[in-house]
Design a protein around this ligand. Structure first.
Ligand code: GLA
Length: 450
């Protein structure tokens, strides 16, 4: 009888228990709190957070904050659902303390938070008040492309505070200067030279020979090839002589190699013959024995056939003792391309040939092909652009001193950039916004000089 009563009580207890567990949740133990562990892969801008496995948890929720009491969160890292036991935390600032914590989750059940782990990103906090040219500290020039109608007000302030070199965006090209055989208009190039001299700025001359912006009278020239060659020799010698001692360097020939390789078919190739590039360098050298002479071209880091042909051209010039001092890599690039390694490989080839390297027309597009076009400079693209500027400047800064010359950015304010017309889409490729304020890209440039 005693056993029967015991059996009866146990059966009732079992039934009551079964009824109590009749909801959606199976009868699982409560979730233990995860233990956040030592972070790994810490870089200037990221780290990997990790924590221990919690039995029966389906996922984890990660918080990352600048404060140990989590009064605010890093964008994208408030209760971020993660199924793995690690998460990469990206887009962070160098040399900054971050805190993370995590909780375990199973359907509507949650654990309490784990312990809080502090992590400091690598790198150094840089003084963002410093100017570009001061930060470069005389190791190389920091230049900007300019035009005579952008030399006053905010342009003047930035040119004289941030930069120590200028390149004429257009006004030292043939179409501006060369009105006809023996007929020159010096108004605008002279104004730029005077401005640079008054403000103690270096001048890079751009460009003696380019197949674009050729004067109309030249493209319709009907005289003999000998006459054309004489006109070209006179032009190069007259321009280089006029500015000898004032202009430090010239792009003698710009963009003579096609995209995808091969010598570009231009009026100069047609009328002067296959050694026209050598002739142009020789004439420039005869006019000024001291000026630095550059060949300048674009997209060679990413277009390897073009790059090979550029170096084949340079090898030929050097084998024939043609006076070439340097190579201008234009660096009209984007946040996605080319990679650091591609740029480095290109630079290395120039250095193997003892050429001075000029990053001559730097701008970084944030709306490249293959990405969704954004109508405003989003925080993410702004950050990517800062990293790209940092990467490019850092790489340039590592070039041995005798082979450095300048990094020239192709304009000052975003809205003035040629990129916007060229690609017919919004973009913000430069270091300063429309109100002459520094962008994150400017910080990236400074970071590259660390
Ligand atoms: C090339 C030229 C520059 C400039 C840009 C934009 O890069 O070298 O002078 O004109 O194109 O058009």
């Amino acid at each position: 009888m005693k056993n029967l009563i015991l059996f009866f009580i146990m059966s009732i207890a079992f039934l009551l228990n079964a009824c109590a567990n009749d909801g959606d949740e199976p009868d699982l133990p409560s979730l233990k709190n995860p233990v956040a562990t030592t972070p790994s892969d810490i870089t200037d801008n990221s780290f990997t957070a990790s924590w221990n496995f919690v039995s029966t948890a389906k996922s984890y929720r990660l918080d990352v904050s600048l404060q140990s009491d989590f009064t605010s969160f890093i964008e994208g890292y408030e209760s971020l659902e993660v199924t793995a036991l690690t998460a990469e935390v990206t887009d962070l600032t160098p040399a900054t303390e971050y805190y993370f914590r995590v909780k375990a989750v199973r359907e509507s059940a949650e654990s309490d938070f784990s312990n809080v782990v502090m992590v400091t990103t690598t790198g150094t906090i840089i003084d963002t008040d410093v100017n570009l040219k001061d930060k470069a500290a005389g190791n190389f020039f920091v230049g900007a492309a300019v035009s005579t109608n952008r030399l006053t007000g905010g342009y003047n302030d930035l040119l004289t505070n941030e930069f120590n070199s200028i390149t004429a965006e257009s006004e030292m090209k043939m179409r501006t200067i060369f009105l006809g055989p023996g007929d020159y208009d010096w108004t605008r190039p002279d104004a730029l030279v005077e401005y640079a001299t008054d403000n103690n700025l270096n001048i890079h001359g751009h460009a003696l020979v380019w197949h674009v912006e050729v004067p109309d009278w030249m493209t319709t020239f009907t005289g003999s090839n000998e006459e054309f060659e004489q006109i070209m020799e006179d032009y190069i010698k007259t321009v280089v002589t006029r500015y000898a001692g004032k202009i430090t360097s010239w792009d003698v020939v710009n963009e003579a190699i096609n995209d995808g390789g091969g010598v570009r078919n231009t009026i100069f190739l047609d009328k002067l013959g296959p050694d026209y590039i050598a002739k142009c360098f020789q004439w420039a050298r005869e006019a000024d024995p001291d000026v630095l002479l550059f060949y300048n071209d674009y997209n060679t880091p990413a277009d390897l056939t073009k790059q090979n042909d550029v170096y084949a051209l340079i090898d030929e010039l050097q084998a024939d003792n043609v006076p070439i001092d340097g190579l201008g890599l234009q660096m009209h690039i984007s946040i996605d391309s080319p990679t650091r390694q591609q740029i480095q490989d290109d630079v290395d080839k120039a250095l193997e040939r003892n050429l001075i390297v000029h990053f001559s027309e730097l701008d970084v597009r944030v709306n490249p092909d293959g990405r969704e076009i954004v109508g405003t400079l989003t925080e993410e693209r702004d950050f990517d652009q800062r990293l790209k500027y940092k990467e490019v400047v850092d790489l340039y800064n590592d070039i041995p001193d005798p082979f450095k010359y300048a990094i020239t950015v192709w304009g000052i304010r975003d809205p003035d950039s040629w990129i916007i017309n060229q690609y017919d889409r919004p973009d913000w490729p430069l270091l300063f916004d429309g109100s002459f304020n520094r962008k994150s890209a400017h910080t990236g440039f400074l970071e590259g000089l660390e």
